[in-house]
Design a protein around this ligand. Structure first.
Ligand code: UDP
Length: 230
C-alpha cells in the first residue's frame, strides 16, 4: 500500500467544509471545500433568457460557468476562459441537469457561476458540490443533491480525493484521476471521467468507493443546508 503524503488512508477524503448563503446578492449560493481546494457557487434565476430568440418555450436552460481564479494556484494562471474551463463548465452542467426539471421554467435560464478560490486538485468536484448546494439554496426544485469526488489510482492502489501532489505522482503505474458525481445516495451517476489508465476489473472498486465517499459528502451537504434554513 502506497504511503499518501497527507498520511490519509486510501479511502479517506480530505477534511470537508460546506456553507450555504455566502453570496448575499445571489438567489442561492454555497462554499464547498476538500482540504485546500475551495469552491464557491452562486445561482441566479430562473430568469428570462436574453437574447429572446434563444428562449425555448418548452424548457428552461442551465448555464454553468466554471472559473479557476488566477490567484488560486501557485503558478499564476492566465485569467479568462480556456478550453479546460469550457470543458469543466460543460461536464458540470451535465452532472447537475438530471436532478432539475427545467421544463418547469420555460423561456428561462438558471445561471450557475462557480469560482475556484484555491486549487489543490479536485476543483470540478468541489465546484459541483457547491453548485448543487447553491441550487438548493436558491429554492429550485431538485430531485436530489449531486455529490461529487475525484477517485483514482496511485500506482496499484485505489484512492479517494487525490490532491495535487498525488495527481502529479510519477512512481509505478502513475496516477489515474477518476472524477465522479452521483445523484444523492442512490445508484445513478451523472459524471464519470477518466484521466490516466485503469484495468476494467478495478473500475468496480472505484464504483464501490464512490458509494461510500458520496454518502459522506451528502451528509456534509445536508448539514450545511439544515444550518442555513434553521
Ligand atoms: N491547475 C493549475 N493550473 C491550471 C489548471 C490546473 O495549477 O491552469 C492545477 C489545480 O490545482 C487543479 C489541478 O491542477 O486543481 C488539477 O486540474 P484538473 O484539470 O485535473 O481538474 P480538477 O482536478 O481541478 O478538477
Amino acid at each position: 500500500m502506497i504511503q499518501r503524503n497527507s498520511g490519509r488512508k486510501a479511502d479517506e477524503l480530505r477534511p470537508m467544509s460546506a456553507k450555504v448563503g455566502v453570496v448575499p446578492n445571489a438567489d442561492g449560493s454555497a462554499m464547498f471545500s476538500f482540504g485546500d481546494t475551495v469552491a464557491i457557487a452562486a445561482v441566479y434565476g430562473p430568469r428570462q433568457l436574453h437574447p429572446q430568440h434563444m428562449q425555448d418555450p418548452s424548457t428552461g436552460i442551465l448555464r454553468v460557468n466554471y472559473d479557476l481564479l488566477s490567484f488560486s494556484v501557485y503558478d499564476r494562471k492566465k485569467p479568462g476562459p480556456s478550453r479546460r474551463s469550457q470543458e469543466i463548465s460543460k461536464v458540470t452542467q451535465w452532472a447537475l441537469e438530471p436532478v432539475l426539471d427545467l421544463k418547469e421554467f420555460p423561456n428561462t435560464v438558471i445561471d450557475v457561476q462557480i469560482y475556484i478560490l484555491q486549487a489543490d486538485a479536485g476543483t470540478r468536484t468541489a465546484g459541483i458540490n457547491a453548485a448543487s448546494l447553491a441550487l438548493a439554496h436558491a429554492g429550485i426544485p431538485m430531485k436530489n443533491l449531486v455529490c461529487s469526488v475525484a477517485l483514482g489510482k496511485l500506482d496499484q492502489d485505489i484512492v479517494a480525493d487525490l490532491d495535487k501532489s498525488e495527481e502529479d505522482f510519477e512512481g509505478g503505474e502513475g496516477p489515474t484521476d477518476f472524477p465522479i458525481a452521483k445523484i444523492g445516495t442512490g445508484n445513478d451517476f451523472s459524471l464519470l471521467q477518466l484521466d490516466g489508465k485503469i484495468q476494467p476489473e478495478r473500475v468496480k472498486e472505484i464504483i464501490s468507493l464512490a458509494d461510500v465517499t458520496c454518502k459522506q459528502i451528502y451528509e456534509v451537504q445536508k448539514k450545511a443546508l439544515k444550518e442555513a434554513f434553521q
